[in-house]
Write a protein that binds this ligand. Structure first.
Ligand code: SF4
Length: 236
């Protein structure tokens, strides 16, 4: 009984979120994501529904963040200058860093990521997509250092990586996003990931069945969408 009630709660909550969310700019958290996936998102292609247990896992990740932030705001050894810090509003991208902290000498942008034991154990260096996200925060906040703090959801162990702002990397990331925005605006479906379908992103992709229908390379959206019978009728 409770199982069904709780599952329904999560599924309804997710449906409500998706209904009110038409994407017209990128989010920092999407940096490094498959361009074709993002294209489908902007075009409002219906996603495969996530399993309720996955939605609970996301919630669990939020609780991990709160737990870490509660420790950081309670200690005197570090100063939390601001939490949930939004980047300045502009058209291309929006995002919210977990915190800006200070050790008394230096400001850092902090991003907290939680994961299961298996991924946590294999982590000897930060994931590239996590570095890219924090590089964008460093660019927008003009802060020279970032910290990625990884939390093992299963046993609450921590790993941290500190690194410097890399202006060339930030510039490239923004150029890639502008290129993709242009593809979206001109209705060019980006090519699949090189390692499709074995890439982990493809394995969990909510657009996999749509992507499967198409070709490996770029496609014209106007032609492709006719093959996708359930493309949302609200799409232009
Ligand atoms: S299945 Fe893979 S290549 Fe296709 S949209 Fe999803 S992540 Fe991208």
């Amino acid at each position: 009984m409770l199982h069904e009630i709780i599952d329904k709660y999560y599924l309804d909550k997710e449906k409500g979120k998706n209904r009110s969310k038409v994407q017209n700019h990128f989010y920092v958290s999407q940096t490094g994501k498959c361009p074709r996936h993002l294209f489908f998102k902007f075009k409002n292609v219906p996603e495969k529904e996530l399993e309720p247990h996955m939605l609970r896992l996301f919630d669990h990740g939020d609780h991990m963040h709160q737990l870490i932030m509660s420790a950081l705001t309670s200690t005197r050894d570090i100063h939390v200058v601001a939490s949930e810090v939004k980047i300045p509003p502009q058209e291309l991208i929006s995002g919210r860093a977990d915190a800006v902290i200070s050790d008394g000498n230096q400001l850092y942008v902090l991003d907290i990521k939680s994961m299961n034991s298996m991924i946590f154990k294999s982590l000897t260096e930060p994931k590239p997509e996590n570095i890219w996200q924090i590089q964008l925060y460093l660019y927008y906040f003009r802060i020279p250092k970032g910290i990625l703090l990884y939390v093992n959801k299963d046993n609450l162990q921590l790993k941290e990586f500190i690194f410097d702002y890399d202006p060339d990397q930030a510039k490239k990331l923004l150029a890639d996003l502008k290129f993709l925005k242009n593809q979206i605006d001109t209705n060019i479906v980006p090519k699949r990931l090189e390692s499709y379908p074995n890439n982990w992103e493809c394995r969990y992709c909510q657009y996999k069945s749509v992507c499967d229908i198409g070709a490996q390379g770029e496609m014209k959206w106007d032609d492709f969408k006719t093959q996708v019978q359930w493309v949302n009728s609200s799409e232009e």
